[in-house]
Write a protein that binds this ligand. Structure first.
Ligand code: NAD
Ligand code: DAU
Length: 338
């Protein structure tokens, strides 16, 4: 099969490309615009694989996308390409609407035009909004109403609605996955876990928003990839699948775990002004994908986070190359006067 993976030089996209090449004999086309978050070095390990092909392109560029689809005739399209960071969406929502909504439309139009048999939209649990901290009995299911908090999550929810509209109106063959927070190799250090690892390593204060009590449901990126792989091959046309491993942790707990693994003092923790509209708690009910597709996560958080910290320690050059220049400007803007 010929599979197009968009956003393939980002965190989850690159992990998914490695997953496909390791598990299957498919021809994998990795597409990315190489924005600040996309890094070709993330794909270094597969550049000599004869089943791997890279194309630099913008999913919003209709002409170029149509040309590629006309030439390559993909069987499956998996769309990871997005602006993905909530804090940046609060600073500047416009690019989130363009890439996450209009880019999705361009890809779906190309799927319809060139007879792609399955379009998969990589969505997020953030489309469901948040849950209260004092109701541990509540979880997001696939029928939880969409109720978003940030420009990022609103753009992702808009894309989901558009994907479902294309299914109903034009019979687009599609699936959607909504996963909880991922961690693992190749994550850009603007996100909680790699940012805290990088700061702790360098004895820079660890900026915890608010009181650090917000809860996220962590899943190793490998387990997200295995879920998407099952969905694109065995998922039902028109269905949404939640993905999560029942692994809820308050942010402060995650930060303290990282400090402990690195043997750094808790005095590095600094409480800073909270994120605007900060979602309180995410918690996924993954029973549908477990029952219908037999998906099971491989990683426990305790083992996964140790392995992840080790990965960043062993990839110092990778981390250094992306935490200089533009990253420093971003860091100063985001945390300088917080
Ligand atoms: P990321 O920011 O690391 O990667 C996004 C990639 O998309 C980058 O390589 C970037 O260059 C590329 N991109 C951006 N605009 C593009 C465009 N116009 N054309 C082509 N490529 C473009 O993000 P990620 O964390 O890997 O997330 C990937 C997808 O998974 C996103 O859709 C996100 O909403 C979703 N998701 C992420 C998580 C998480 O915890 N990180 C959880 C659930 C869902
Ligand atoms: O739930 C899935 C989502 O998870 C994905 O859709 C998003 O693309 C991804 O970025 C992530 O969103 P979050 O906002 O949950 O992730 P982030 O790593 O930005 O923050 C995790 C938590 O940590 C959140 O409660 C905010 C907090 N935080 C984050 C940063 C960067 C801090 O306390 N300090 C920080 O410096």
């Amino acid at each position: 099969m010929k599979i197009l993976v968009t956003g393939a030089a980002g965190f989850i996209g690159s992990n998914f490309v490695y997953y496909l090449l390791e598990k299957h004999e498919d021809e994998v086309w990795a597409l990315d615009l190489l924005t600040y978050a996309g890094n070709l070095k993330n794909l270094d390990g597969c550049k000599d694989n004869p089943h791997f092909h890279f194309v630099k392109a913008d999913i919003c560029d209709r002409e170029n996308i149509n040309k590629l689809f006309a030439e390559e005739r993909f069987d499956i399209v998996v769309n990871f390409a997005a602006e993905s960071h909530v804090d940046r969406s609060i600073e500047n929502p416009g690019i989130f609407l363009k890439t996450n909504i209009l880019g999705t439309q361009v890809l779906m139009d190309a799927c319809l035009k060139y007879g792609v048999s399955r379009y998969h939209q990589v969505s997020t649990d953030e489309v469901y909004g948040d849950l209260p901290l004092d109701r541990k009995d509540l979880y997001f299911t696939e029928s939880t109403p969409l109720h978003t908090s940030s420009p990022y999550s609103a753009s992702k929810a808009s894309a989901d609605l558009l994907v479902m509209a294309y299914h109903r109106t034009y019979n687009l063959n599609m699936t959607i996955s909504r996963c909880s927070n991922n961690y693992g190799p190749y994550q850009f250090p603007e996100k909680l876990i790699p940012l805290m690892i990088h700061n702790a390593q360098n004895n820079i204060p660890l900026p915890v928003y608010g009181q650090g009590l917000n809860v996220r449901d962590w899943l190793h990126v490998y387990d997200h990839c295995s879920a998407i792989d099952l969905i694109i091959r065995h998922g039902q046309n028109g269905e949404v699948y939640n993905v999560g491993g029942h692994n809820e942790k308050a942010n402060i707990e995650v930060v303290k775990t990282i400090l402990k693994i690195l043997d750094k003092p808790q005095s590095l923790i600094t409480y800073v002004t909270d994120r605007k509209g900060h979602d309180l708690r995410y918690a996924i009910d993954p029973s549908k994908i477990q029952k219908e597709l037999g998906w099971k996560p491989k990683y426990h958080f305790e083992e996964g986070i140790k392995e992840t910290v080790d990965w960043y320690l062993n990839h110092q050059e990778w981390l250094d190359s992306i935490t200089s220049g533009a990253y420093m400007e971003y860091y100063q803007r985001m945390y300088g006067n917080r």
